[in-house]
Each structure stands twice: as C-alpha cells, then as structure tokens.
Ligand binder design. Structure first.
Ligand code: NA7
Length: 565
C-alpha cells in the first residue's frame, strides 16, 4: 500500500511562505544541504505580505536593489522603488529557482503548535482552507524536530474598534484584502488612516473616484521619495557587470545606514534636517493652503512613527475633490461616517488601519515546555533572544520577531542574518534525530533578560520611544516591542556568532554539540562599503569596465547622479 510518511512528519516545519519563510527554506537547502522541511502557507501563493497587499499604488519604500535577497539579486528591476507586482514576481521566481514549491502546502492555516516534552518534538495542527482539499480532511497534525515562524509583523489586518463598524451597508475593505473587482469610478470613497499604506492608496484612488475623504487621526512626517524608472541600459549593465550591481547595492546600503541617525535619533542634526525637508516639500507642494499644511504637520519627532516616503501624497490631498477630515470619528453608520457635528455618506470605506503588530504570531496558539503558552510567556510584552529564540520554546526560531523591525533600512538584511542563525541551530537537532537521539535547544532565561534589558535601555533614547506619539512599534505601556535599537550592521554582527553558552541543551543527543564552549562563527553578508586594498582594486576594475561600457555621456551622467545622490 502506498504511504507518504512525510505528510505528518518533517525535520522542520516553517510557518509562512513570505520573504522570511522562503529564506529559511533556502538556507536549509544551501547551508544545511537538507530538504527535510515543509512550508505551511495560509494563502494560495508565496510572497507573504507582498501576496496579501495588492491595493492600488502598493510598493516598497526601500530601493529595489536593496529590497532583494543578497544571494539572489535581480538585475532587472524596472524602477528604483519596486511595485508590489514586481516584488511578487521576483519572489515567485526565487521560489521556482530554489525548488520550493514541492515543499509548499498552500491554503493551510496553522492553528496551534505544542511542544511534546517526551518526544522532544513540535506537534503543529493545521486547518485546510482550500475548498477542494477540505472536502475530505479539514485538519491534521505534523510532528517536527524544529519549528520556525516566518509570519512576520505585518500579517493580520487590524480592524478598528469604531462603534457601528458592522452596520455599514456600503462596501468596506481593508487595504490588505483589496477587491479589484470593485469599480471605483464615480464613487464617494472614505479612507480611514493615513500611514504608509494610505499614503500609497490615496493618490491612486483619487485619480478615479468621485470624491475622497481621508480620515486622519495623527499626521505623519513625509519626505521625498524620488522614484524613477531604471533604464534598459542600466539594467543591462547591472546584469552583465555584476560588480557594478554589487557596488550600487553597497552604495544604497551605506545611504540607508546613514539614515539611521536621521530617522531615529531625536533632535540630532540629521533628524532636524529630515523635519526641515518634510516642511519644505509640503510648502512646495501645497503653496496655497497654509491651513491644510498646519493640519498635516506632526507635533512629534520624525521617526516616532514610520517616516513616509512619497512624492505625491501632498499634491493628492490638495485637490478639490479630496478632503482631509481630522475630527474624531464618532461612529460608522448604515450609510457613512459620523464625526462631531457632521454626517457624511460613502459608497466605499477603505480601512488603511494597519496590522496587529504587537501579538506577533496571533492567532496561532503556541504552547512550549512545561505547558506554558506564548501568551503567558509574553504577558509583559513580546521579547526574544536576538529577536530569534523565545524563553520556554525549545527548538524554535522566529524571523522578523520582537525588536527586529527597522525604521531606516531593508528588513531583508535582518531576515537573512536571522535565517542563517536559525539554520545553524537546526543542524545539531536534525543530526541528533538521524541517530535516533533527541536534542532540545532553549535560550537561557538570564541571557535573554540581559539582552532585552540592554536593548530596552538603548531604545529609551530613540524617537521610537518618544511619548509624543503612538505607533505600531509599542504596546499600551509604551514598551517598544517591535523595533531594533541600532544599525543593520550592528545586528548582523551580533548574529555572526552563535554561542552555545546562550542556550540550555537537553535530550539524549547533547553530545552532538562537540564543543559547547566554543562559539560557532557564522560570519555575515557584508553589504556596506569597506575600504580595503582588495576592495579598492576591485572598485577600480569595476569602474574601468563600467566606463568602457558607458562610452555614451548620457549613461555616464546617469551613473554619476546615482553616486552623488
Ligand atoms: P499603520 O502605519 O499602522 O497606520 C494605520 C493608520 O490607521 C494610522 O494612520 C492610524 O492612525 C489609523 N487608525 C488606526 N486605527 C484607527 C481608528 N480606530 N480610527 C482612526 N484611525 C485609525 O499601518 P500601515 O498599513 O499604513 O503601515 C504599516 C506598515 O506597513 C508600514 O509601516 C510599512 O512598514 C508597511 P494613528 O496614526 O494611529 O493615529
């Protein structure tokens, strides 16, 4: 009789097929030489947040050449800032190149995962949400030696708790659940929220709808984006002269790392410059409406909330058929939205109200060693050692976990470091199982506390912690649970060594780790510019090759303007 033992068993279960889950899967293949994993994905395609968010204008606010895996870069980006469709197509292509589809189980929602002390394994219960597959089996459980969460921070839509929200009889959609079959032309549209997502939707929807009312609770700092297409010639150069592509990525990395101080350190010269840039752009783009400018000007330091990069949000708001409503929303009615003293009717209400960022793995029920629930482990706020491993959760790793979000650079750079670290933890666990032994690796409580105390004390000095604003980075007590406190390079350096002394090891296979006293050197992907003789030599060679290719002056100008920007 045919059997498929791997259906309910796997070395590693990876939750989520977004950038994080895919990176871990690829590291299993390229670093651990193992295909002993399954990827469980609630949606019907890879891409994670880039599969969920398909609203008009959806794009990254990090440059395309930096918003891609270092080991699978894309020379063919069509713009400096990639749009959702292009990022999604890139991720699908990466998944195909690495043969991930054979590991993927789509329409499969993880409901709970429970650590079994006896078997030293995770039991992950899934629910099948694909209609056809669910006809015969609605749920099943997979046992695995290691569990990885790649669900990220921007996964579950946040629906606002506004009275009457269920009474509205027109159309309502969350930005992360866009319905493209809905015709916007001629419609009276409301958008609740004015964060990074709303700033991308507003200019696009305003082009087609009849009227658009933006409900703003708190203004945001907006700085110029400067998006441009990447010419065919530049794309050819990035493709055929990989050193130029690498150099360009390093240049972008340098700029973004320098942006750390501007975006995060309150009252620094750079932070004040950012403020001035934003005000100057507003004055340029809304010259005739000081009252609107006043309502759009925040009273907290840039960085306290995510700084928005946009060239078109201010002009979009300054159109006749677009209005900015800053009065408090009292109620959503059958036909529209009621604010103090005013009731307005709408055909469509867009909820650009963000995500449930503070609960991380919500709504998955995680139960670790000693029957401890994640809810209990995190009752005073989410925390993880290096943002990756969690107290009382053996053989567990998470990507884009607590205190790893950035306000200044590409999250993929953090994810790659985390994936490398987690894949290193996985090696001895799978090796033990191969020898019919068991091994459980859990972060030491004291080390985790010490790490978090230092992190929290540093965060105190950054704009993320400013009491002058609320944001999706911090909980009701003002504790910043989502953001990292330093540069990407600092974080990558921390994760470039794995010290077994940071972990409690248990199980019959403890001796698999031969020298637990000796840290494992993982290294890091060096993406920033490093001046060395070798680098200088490579740089000169690159420049020489590029200059030969760039015999036409227009191209030379294109490159020089990038270097000086
Ligand atoms: P954000 O940045 O969390 O923004 C959500 C917006 O929705 C923000 O303007 C909120 O106002 C507003 N909001 C939320 N709840 C309400 C209620 N109840 N009433 C009125 N307004 C409300 O989410 P985004 O999707 O824009 O961006 C999330 C991240 O995705 C972004 O940082 C990028 O990294 C990608 P508030 O500012 O809280 O007053």
């Amino acid at each position: 009789m045919a059997t498929r033992p791997s259906h309910n068993n796997a070395g590693v279960v990876i939750i989520g097929a977004g950038i994080s889950g895919m990176c871990t899967a690829i590291d299993m293949i390229r670093r651990n030489s193992s295909r002993d994993f399954v990827i469980l994905e609630k949606g019907s395609q890879v891409g994670g947040t880039w599969n969920d968010n398909k609203y008009p204008g959806c794009c990254s606010d990090v440059w395309s050449h930096l918003y891609s895996y270092s080991f699978d870069s894309n020379p063919s980006w069509s713009r400096e800032y990639p749009g959702q469709e292009e990022i999604h197509a890139y991720l699908v292509a990466v998944a195909e190149r690495w043969g991930l589809f054979r590991h993927l189980r789509f329409n499969t929602a993880v409901k709970e995962a429970t650590w079994n002390e006896k078997t030293k394994q995770w039991n992950t219960r899934v629910q099948i949400c694909g209609e056809k597959e669910a006809e015969f089996a609605r749920e099943y459980t997979i046992a695995s030696d290691f569990l990885v969460s790649g669900v990220g921070q921007l996964n579950m839509p946040q629906y606002p708790a506004i009275p009457g929200i269920d009474d509205f009889q027109g159309r309502m959609m969350h930005s992360a659940r866009w319905d493209w079959s809905y015709e916007l032309a001629g419609k009276k549209v409301a958008i609740i929220g004015n964060g990074a997502t709303a700033a991308q939707i507003i200019p696009e929807v305003a082009k087609v709808c009849d009227t658009l009312t933006v409900f703003q609770r708190t203004p945001n700092w907006v700085v110029p984006r400067g998006d441009t297409p990447i010419s065919e010639r530049m794309r050819a150069i990035y493709k055929y002269v990989p050193l130029v592509r690498k150099r360009y990525r390093a240049h972008l990395m340098d700029l973004r790392e320098r942006f750390f101080e501007a975006a995060i350190v309150d009252d620094s010269e750079a932070n004040n410059r950012l403020r001035a840039d934003s005000v100057a752009m507003m004055e340029r783009q809304i010259p005739d409406n000081p009252e609107l400018r006043a309502r759009l000007t925040p009273n907290y330091p840039p960085g306290c909330k995510r700084v928005i990069l946009s060239d078109d949000i201010f002009p979009a708001l300054n159109q006749k058929h677009v209005s900015l409503e800053t009065r408090h929303i009292q109620q959503i009615t059958k036909n529209g939205i009621k604010v103090e003293g005013h009731d307005q009717e709408f055909d469509l209400i867009i909820l650009a109200t963000g995500f449930r960022t503070l609960e991380f793995m919500y709504p998955i029920k995680i139960t670790g060693a000693g029957g401890r629930s994640l809810q209990d482990i995190w009752k005073h706020g989410a925390k993880a050692y290096l943002g990756v491993t969690v107290a009382a959760l053996p053989n567990f790793g998470m990507l884009y976990g607590p205190n790893t979000n950035l306000g200044h650079n590409s999250i993929i750079l953090m994810i790659e470091a985390q994936s490398h670290y987690i894949s290193t933890l996985i090696v001895p666990v799978l090796a033990a199982r191969k020898q019919h032994l068991s091994l459980a690796i859990t972060p030491r409580a004291a080390r985790l506390e010490e790490y978090n105390a230092e992190l929290q004390s540093r965060l105190q000095n950054l704009t993320f912690s400013s009491a002058k604003c609320d944001s999706w980075y911090k909980n009701a007590d003002g504790l910043v649970t989502n953001n990292w406190c330093g540069t990407v390079v600092e974080y990558q350096t921390k994760l470039s060594e794995l010290d077994w002394g940071d972990f409690d090891l248990s199980g019959t296979g403890k001796s698999i780790i031969i020298s637990p006293q000796k840290p494992v050197h993982l290294g890091r992907v060096v993406e920033e510019t490093r001046i060395s003789l070798l680098g200088l030599g490579a740089g000169i060679t690159t420049a020489a090759i590029a200059l030969r290719l760039l015999s036409q002056t227009s191209l030379l100008h294109a490159l020089l303007s990038k270097v000086h920007s």
